[in-house]
Design a protein around this ligand. Structure first.
Ligand SMILES: Cc1cc2nc3c(=O)[nH]c(=O)nc-3n(C[C@H](O)[C@H](O)[C@H](O)COP(=O)(O)O)c2cc1C
Length: 449
């Protein structure tokens, strides 16, 4: 990571037309102003496709990458070719599909592909592909290319929920994330065979947005450039207010819009982090976020955060998690005619305490305190009792501050006793200040604990 890549001059990846081998198609003449509509113009994307049921969606990913101006070099695993015809990719991509290390017109196809790529994206990434890549096994053209590249890599896992949740698959993802691989998805939804759950391939539009964000960040010296001070780090961000069921249709919630959490996620991506966003809100996800987990209640958020937190270098708990929930939510809609129901509340489990207690050495845990009274004193109490490293306190009663606003004003309190105020600013600027404070406290990468 961070090593300058050698980029071949002239036509990328192939050596020029060959009678039976891969050829590079001449790029179409770009209309005036195409730079903005074609954010990947002049970039080479190796599109890896592994053998999962979602392989057919890679055709859409390929088309979108080409539409965004990329030179797309498709690489299918032999098993991917069982699911979707290689000819389809050859017809849509910028050069013919490759499926094998052998019999290539190029003497060493994987190094040509790996060295020439600006980004390698694998969609779908099967459990096998993730395992081989994490273990450094290069037994086909796609895995050999993954090991032969220094370009940013995006993997988009897709598989049945049982496979996705298997510890072997999750461990492989921890390994890959630690090495700076970006993981996009999977989403929750319909799966093959009439099943539903986590494991659905991320939407092709989201995959392409992530690729564009990576290329942009690299160009700005961000995600992969020398300026990315969170490069190689995993940042987990929670955003939005949780919703606690009263009955089948009604909820108790709070006014958190998720804007501050999303601004933190966006800023962390821009600084090179691999970002996991656990969110209750349906806002446009910032491009380049590696994993998005959508949740509803405090219990859902706990279930999403706890298994992911140990792999994070930084946990930013920006979500407004309910303190109370209805003790006995009705499974059906309560009828108006029956009159107002008595709603007995019970405390939710405070998993921020668990995060503080089980914090791995070197991890930075950041809490957020939305207060209307004694803001700093209350925040300092929370900082101590929950063993946080940093707390971001905001007076949500003040004008232009906190929930739903585009601006915020905060006080940062450190576990080391430090205190600094950030005056009214956009939530992105607040995010910058928070992450500056985080970076100052992070142990140097690779340092002994
Ligand atoms: C019908 C069918 C659907 C499959 N879908 C998936 C899938 O969605 N994700 C996955 O990881 N494996 C899936 N598999 C298993 C993979 O095809 C198998 O592990 C294969 O070896 C993957 O090869 P590859 O990673 O080299 O492409 C499926 C297998 C079959 C027969």
């Amino acid at each position: 990571m961070g090593v300058p890549r050698r980029r071949p001059e002239g036509p990328q990846i192939t050596d020029g037309p060959r009678p039976e081998g891969p050829t590079t198609r001449a790029p179409l003449r770009q209309p005036e102003g195409a730079a903005t509509s074609q954010p990947l113009a002049g970039r080479t994307v190796v599109l890896g496709v592994a053998g999962g049921i979602a392989a057919y969606k890679a055709v859409d990913v390929c088309r979108r990458l080409v539409d965004a101006g990329a030179h797309v070099a498709p690489v299918l695993t032999p098993d991917a070719a069982r699911f979707v015809g290689p000819l389809t990719f050859s017809a849509l991509a910028s050069e013919p599909v490759r499926t094998t290390l052998w019999d290539s017109p190029e003497p060493i196809p994987h190094t040509r592909l790996g060295q020439g790529a600006d980004v390698v994206v694998v969609a779908p990434a099967t459990a096998r592909l993730l395992g081989a890549y994490a273990a450094g096994i290069s037994d086909d053209l796609l895995t050999a290319t993954l090991l032969a590249t220094r370009a940013p890599v995006v993997v988009c896992p897709a598989m049945h929920t049982e496979m996705w949740e298997h510890p072997a698959v999750q461990d492989n993802l921890v390994t890959l994330r630690r090495r700076g691989v970006h993981v996009v998805g999977p989403a929750v939804g319909h799966l093959a065979g009439g099943d539903a759950g986590a494991g659905r391939l991320a939407e092709p539009a989201d995959i392409v947005a992530a690729v564009i964000a990576l290329v942009r960040a690299a160009g700005e010296g961000g995600a992969r450039g020398p300026g990315g001070d969170l490069q190689g780090r995993t940042v987990l961000v929670t955003a939005g207010g949780t919703r606690e069921a009263i009955d089948a249709v009604r909820v108790i919630t709070n006014r958190s819009s998720g804007k501050q959490g999303y601004a933190l996620a966006e800023e962390a991506v821009a600084r090179g982090a691999s970002v996991i966003l656990v969110t209750t809100v349906d806002r446009q996800v910032p491009p380049g976020v590696a994993e998005v987990v959508r949740v509803v209640s405090a219990a859902d958020m706990q279930a999403a955060v706890m298994p992911r937190a140990p792999q994070a270098d930084v946990v930013l708990m920006a979500a407004a998690v309910a303190d109370f929930r209805p003790k006995a939510p009705a499974g059906r809609k309560l009828k108006k005619e029956d009159g107002p129901p008595p709603i007995l509340l019970e405390p939710t489990h405070d998993f921020l305490v668990d995060l503080g207690a089980s914090k791995p050495v070197g991890q930075l845990l950041v809490g957020f305190a939305a207060e209307t009274d004694d803001v700093v004193a209350n925040a300092r109490r929370k900082l101590r009792s929950k063993r946080l490293d940093l707390i971001v306190a905001n007076d949500v009663g003040a004008p232009g501050v906190g929930f739903e606003h585009d601006t915020n004003r905060v006080t940062l309190l450190g576990g080391d006793g430090t205190e600094s105020s950030v005056p009214l600013a956009t939530k992105r600027d607040i995010a910058r200040a928070v992450l500056d404070a985080v970076v100052r406290r992070l142990p140097t990468q690779g340092a002994a604990p």
